[in-house]
Design a protein around this ligand. Structure first.
Ligand SMILES: Nc1ncnc2c1ncn2[C@@H]1O[C@H](COP(=O)(O)OP(=O)(O)OP(=O)(O)O)[C@@H](O)[C@H]1O
Ligand SMILES: O=C(O)[C@H](O)COP(=O)(O)O
Length: 409
């Protein structure tokens, strides 16, 4: 097992001293799922409230910044934070100003006009190329614009602490900075998973950010007893075992890597459970015709090589539920299928039920995973913890140094 560095604690709000009449920029992760302009899960907005309320009570002048989606450095009306400002205002029970730009004259005027305890949300950070630039100087320049006129920075977007982006890393370096309450609370739970996980320890992986998350597996193999693979990720595993997967999500250039994981798991005695059956659909659509097929014969469905895998099958769901039931600790990231379409939500529901029903310590990580369990009718109390960060919590569990936490230590 690789040596486990103890991570230094992050600075908390107390380190910033008295914030009355101070201009405080708060990085939140308000990246909520939207459907036709409607917020379909407001968990991340609710999770941000504790810090905002505390700063209001402290009399700070609060400038909130966040990203939404991946608009690629240019304005995109479909990724505007305006609907989020409206919902935040309702949940906070206090006015939340909004300006349609992140930096510029209008933003500067609105920031300067804030009075003690008032809240302003700026437009999507990722409309600006400097936010996600690979060039450190560009990120630094954008962070300097965000920092202008501010006295302090609070990092509370747990979902992005694994990103080296201007509002996460360079902004924290530009101002006196500390972790907000959400980041601190998330770290407390995740520390329990990394330092003393009760065994057997099972990790369930799914979702669609396959290339982001495959790499996590190498590190998880050193730490877990069982890995259950569903969601978009499973098809790269099936391909690694020599099976055809039609038009399903596939990272062809990762097949060799995945073969390496399978061999390594065998060497270490880690159980990787792959689906025995999957749901093949005629197309990626809510009302697509579909059929359950053996995972090792995916193209045997009536859609042949045109089929696209959108969920794990019922046998797989049962075997995953059984493995979860036998575990003392379970971490789950990524839906098992395209749960947004009811016809392909059964696998995700089965896994959620198994987590809710086990006596073990359960943690769900990820914006979409959290949205999935809530949309299927589970309440947050059914699970040990629902983390707002998908990629972030996984990278934390991997043992990686997260850039957004390093700058707060
Ligand atoms: N077989 C599949 N094919 C395509 N997409 C899938 C499949 N299974 C699940 N998905 C999609 O995966 C998406 C969620 O994946 P993602 O990796 O973003 O999850 P998350 O970790 O919970 O979220 P985040 O990383 O954004 O916090 C869902 O929108 C779901 O429809
Ligand atoms: O949804 C997430 O995991 C966070 O909001 C981070 O988004 P990103 O993967 O686009 O950086």
């Amino acid at each position: 097992m690789s040596p486990r560095r103890r991570r230094p604690p992050v600075r908390t709000l107390e380190s910033l001293g008295d914030l009355r009449s101070k201009s405080v920029v708060v990085r939140c992760d308000l990246n909520v799922p939207l459907r036709d302009g409607e917020i379909t899960d407001e968990g991340r907005i609710r999770a941000s409230l504790t810090t905002i309320r505390e700063l209001r009570e402290a009399g700070a002048r609060i400038v909130l910044v966040s990203h939404l989606g991946r608009p690629g450095g240019a304005p995109d009306p479909d990724a505007s934070l305006r609907p989020v400002a409206a919902r935040l205002e309702e949940l906070l029970g206090a006015p939340v100003g909004f300006v349609g730009e992140t930096v510029g004259d209008e933003a500067e005027r609105a920031r300067a006009a804030l009075r003690d305890g008032e809240v302003l949300l700026l437009e999507n950070l990722r409309f600006n190329p400097g936010e996600t630039s690979k060039d450190e100087a560009e990120r630094r320049a954008f962070a300097a614009e965000l920092a202008r006129g501010a006295d302090a920075f609070v990092s509370d977007g747990f979902g992005v602490v694994h990103r080296r982006q201007a509002s996460v890393t360079e902004l924290a370096e530009a101002l006196p900075s500390a972790a907000g309450r959400l980041v601190a609370a998330e770290l407390e739970v995740l520390r329990r998973l990394t330092e003393h996980p009760e065994r057997p320890y099972t990790v369930v992986l799914g979702g669609s950010k396959v290339s982001d998350k495959l790499g996590v597996i190498a590190h998880l193999l050193e730490r877990v007893d069982t890995l259950l693979i569903g969601g978009g990720m499973l098809f790269t595993f099936l391909a690694a075992n020599g099976h055809r997967v039609g038009r399903s999500l596939l990272e062809a250039d990762q097949i060799e890597t995945v073969r390496g994981y399978l061999a390594e798991a065998q060497r270490r005695g880690v159980r990787i459970v792959l689906p025995g059956d999957v749901v093949a659909a005629a197309s990626f659509a809510e009302d697509a015709e579909h059929q359950v097929v053996p995972a090792d014969d995916f193209e045997s469905s009536r859609f042949g090589a045109e089929g696209i895998g959108l969920d794990i099958g019922p046998d797989t769901a049962r075997s995953f539920a059984e493995a979860i039931g036998e575990s003392a600790t379970v971490f789950w990231n990524g839906p098992m299928g395209v749960f947004e379409f009811p016809a392909f939500a059964a696998g995700t529901r089965a896994v959620a039920e198994a987590l809710a029903g086990t006596g073990g310590f359960t943690v769900i990580g990820g914006g979409d995973s959290a949205a999935a369990v809530r949309s299927l009718g589970f309440d947050d109390e059914s699970f040990g913890h629902i983390s707002t960060g998908g990629g972030a919590s996984l990278e934390y569990l991997e043992g990686k140094t997260l850039p957004g936490l390093e700058v707060l230590a």
